[in-house]
Design a binder for this molecule. Structure first.
Ligand code: F6R
Length: 242
């Protein structure tokens, strides 16, 4: 059963995420965290950094595994997820480069080796996710098999268009390929926190949480997870059952 929490203010939601993480790190300071990028994560990481600065959160013992990365970008290229993470979380919270892993380029070309690496590292304890307007999680678009492991994907023009902002607003500059954790990789995380913000996520969030569990809506797999928590604002949560 997915636990749903709806917030009036994004600051409160972001604080709740950091509190949930702090609780996890109290029990296991060396937790393995699965991390997402994207607009939704900006205020979430901002609050985490604040918690670190206030000594309410200690990330010095964690290892992090990002969900996905574009193929072909350098780590300093504007649109790369490695850069996004460095700017939004790793640098301001003074984490060291050795703590963090990405599926590309480190695990090319045998991307499923990322799953093995995660397993031998102890598995992901705490995974944070956003959700795409079509229900994607990571870059797992509708109809991705439930048993998928980390794999390469060809990005649709729609997805490239949705991600154009980090590429000077020009969707043609968005790479055509990415590597993403699979649905199975994500589902194996012990705790999953999904964050959804804004009107544009309203319809898909209701479908993912109250509709059938189906590969047509990748995020619907959360309904089968034993510890999934969805945190959303009023706009994204407005079609959810009360
Ligand atoms: C990013 C990721 C994606 C995003 C999703 C929502 O690492 O895996 O699934 O979480 O596309 O993106 P935003 O937050 O930009 O709406």
């Amino acid at each position: 059963m997915v636990k749903i929490e709806i917030f009036d203010r994004i600051e409160r939601l972001a604080e709740r995420v950091s509190d949930l993480l702090a609780r996890q790190l109290e029990v296991s300071p060396d937790s393995r965290m699965g991390l997402a990028t994207g607009a939704t994560m900006v205020p979430i990481y901002e609050e985490m950094v604040r918690h670190v600065q206030q000594n309410r959160l200690n990330l010095s013992g964690v290892r992090t595994f990002n969900l996905d990365e574009y193929v072909g970008l350098g780590e300093s290229d504007a649109g790369s997820f490695r850069r996004f993470m460095r700017m939004n979380l790793f640098q301001p919270s003074k984490m060291s480069p050795g703590q963090s892993f990405f599926p590309w380029p480190d695990f090319a070309p045998e991307f499923a080796a990322y799953d093995d690496f995660i397993d031998t590292s102890g598995g992901i304890d705490w995974q944070i996710l956003g959700i795409g307007r079509n229900g994607h999680i990571g870059f797992n678009e509708p109809l991705t098999p439930w048993n998928s492991k980390t794999h390469e994907v060809i990005l649709t023009d729609d997805t490239r268009y949705a991600n154009r902002q980090a590429f000077e607003g020009d969707w043609r500059k968005v790479p055509t390929k990415a590597v993403t954790m699979g649905i199975e990789t994500i589902f194996r995380a012990r705790t999953i926190i999904l964050v959804a913000l804004g009107n544009q996520k309203r319809a898909i969030l209701a479908q993912a949480l109250h509709g059938p569990v189906s590969p047509e809506v990748p995020a619907s797999i959360l309904q089968e997870h034993s510890r999934a928590i969805v945190l959303c604002d009023r706009a994204a949560g407005s079609l959810l059952d009360k």
